[in-house]
Design a protein around this ligand. Structure first.
Ligand SMILES: Cc1ncc(COP(=O)(O)O)c(C=O)c1O
Length: 383
């Protein structure tokens, strides 16, 4: 495993929560700060004259990484903002149905509920029972929720509270055939799993660069299928709207969404450095080691709780995170707090329905010691 000192993380903390906000390696963070310095040194040249071409270069590199065309990607500070731009553009009408699952990120649920309440559309959260079994079962169960009123499918590529990799490619394929718009929330996907946007073929896909791709905070992207791009009005109307000739990229989609008033674009410009860092560190290999260690953690915690995993292990349901079931009656919030306060272990507690979990993330800087520390603490703290 890579040493924790590649990162700025406090060495006194056993950090098992890469999933929430990521962590940025030092060389990438240095580049981020260099971009910020350049901006401060020559703000007019940087933001006024060079920003478009710098952003275009960065998008090219990201597009190459995600296997799509650069003109189909726009940087957003986070997936929440991207989805908040998309949803009001969908012309939701009373009775329209948005089919989703009951494993979605709760901030995203709120966005959909807000716009559904305004429009009279319905947000339908199909139950995906745990434990999950096969992808075929998932697709069949989910698809049984489609009705003639289903206008949009929205689902996570990797869920937040249950840390499951959903078979979104299959769902996108069926949606396209049926003429239903498919929007994927891939906040956790880029770099945690291989992501090929051309093969996935979603209508709309948002992903975070600041989680598993290791960029600094405030870098995410929105991919939109070309035919849909011009139907999206910007969240913030600025210079890119009805832009003067010679201004911007000449592509409406990019210009509408990329220029949102004065802001710090250093995180966007640091994404290529995060991609380079992964390549230099042979990320395929690093990821394989992380997955093995995740397996060790799943097994160790399972042997303490006696509870089976929520998805067969190993399987394609896992990336570098797992939701480890807690016994009924355990106060998850108190457990998480004690793990942090008494053992310096940072790990989140999540819930789904009545069930609660510790969600473990394994990143390059974690090693067997970290997993042992967690297991040793749980031996004491669990009933
Ligand atoms: C599945 C999922 N979607 C969306 C988000 C939103 O990310 P952000 O807060 O960066 O917009 C998260 C954040 O953790 C997430 O886990």
């Amino acid at each position: 495993m890579l040493k924790k000192n590649h990162f700025l993380l406090d060495p006194n903390i056993t950090f098992l929560n890469h999933g929430s906000f990521g962590a940025c390696p030092k060389p990438v963070f240095d580049i981020y700060q260099q971009w910020q310095r350049k901006l401060e040194e020559r703000p007019i040249e940087f933001l006024g004259r060079n920003a478009f071409s710098l952003l275009a270069e960065s998008r090219e590199k990201l597009a190459d990484y995600l296997n799509c065309a650069a003109r189909d990607l726009v940087y957003f500070p986070n997936p929440s903002t991207a989805i908040n731009m998309v949803v009001p553009n969908l012309d939701l009408q009373p009775g329209d149905e948005i089919l989703t699952t009951d494993h979605e990120y709760r901030a995203m649920d709120r966005t959909w509920r807000y716009f559904c309440a305004k429009s009279g559309a319905k947000y339908i959260q199909r139950n995906i029972p745990l434990p999950v079994t096969t992808h075929a079962d998932f697709v069949e169960n989910f698809w049984a929720g489609v009705t003639p009123k289903t206008k949009i499918i929205f689902l996570s590529h990797i869920t937040s509270s249950t840390a499951l990799v959903f078979p979104v490619t299959e769902i996108c394929k069926k949606a396209r055939k049926t003429g239903i718009l498919c929007i994927v929330d891939g906040a956790h996907a880029p770099a945690q799993i291989d992501l090929d946007l051309s093969a996935l073929n979603a209508d709309i896909y948002t992903g975070a660069c600041h989680k598993w791709m290791l960029s600094p905070k405030g870098a995410a992207f929105l991919y939109v299928r070309r035919e849909l791009q011009d139907s999206l009005d910007p969240l913030v109307i600025s210079w890119g709207y009805d832009s003067e000739s010679g201004f911007g990229s000449g592509i409406q989609y990019i210009d509408y969404h990329e220029w949102q008033g004065t802001r710090d674009i250093a995180a966007f410009l640091s994404v290529p450095a995060a991609i380079d860092y992964q390549r230099e560190q042979d990320w395929g290999h690093v990821r394989a080691r992380c997955r093995n260690l995740l397996g060790v953690a799943v097994q160790k915690v399972q042997s303490l709780t006696g509870l089976p995993p929520i998805a067969p292990y190993p399987s394609a349901w896992y990336g570098q995170m797992a939701a480890l079931s807690l016994p009924k009656g355990v106060d998850g919030l108190q457990l998480k707090t004690r793990l942090y306060d008494e053992y310096n272990i940072e790990i989140p507690f999540t819930t789904w329905g009545e069930q609660s979990f510790l969600r473990i993330s394994i990143q390059s800087y974690n090693n067997e010691d970290d997993v042992d520390k967690l297991a040793d603490a749980l031996k004491v703290l669990l009933p």
